[in-house]
Write a protein that binds this ligand. Sequence first.
Ligand code: SF4
Ligand code: F3S
Length: 112
Amino acid sequence: MAFIVTSACVGCKDTHCVDICPVDCFYQGPNTLVIDPDECIDCGLCVPECPTAAIFEEADVPENEIPFIELNARLAPHYENITDIQEPMAESSPYTVEEAIELLQKELAELE
Ligand code: SF4
Ligand code: F3S
């Protein structure tokens, strides 16, 4: 089990989550952050830090966000580790859940 970053992060990247993570397991791509599920220790500390409520425990990921479980795992090895807070891209995601999934699946197809 791990915690999962979902669609509310895509196009937002608030980044306050990275400051609290004790094992530095957040990774950044052009449109979102993801959590490496092999490194996450399930502490849950990042959840209240995210102002867009983008982070869920794997078992609690909403039905329509389930593709993010695989997207976090497969994008993490391609993204750069991030440990410092940065300026957000936007206050909230401009995408629907479906649009966010499509965007990241396209990214993944180009990376793998
Ligand atoms: Fe890091 Fe804990 Fe969040 Fe996992 S649950 S990403 S270890 S802060
Ligand atoms: Fe994203 Fe929330 Fe972190 S928007 S960057 S998961 S604080």
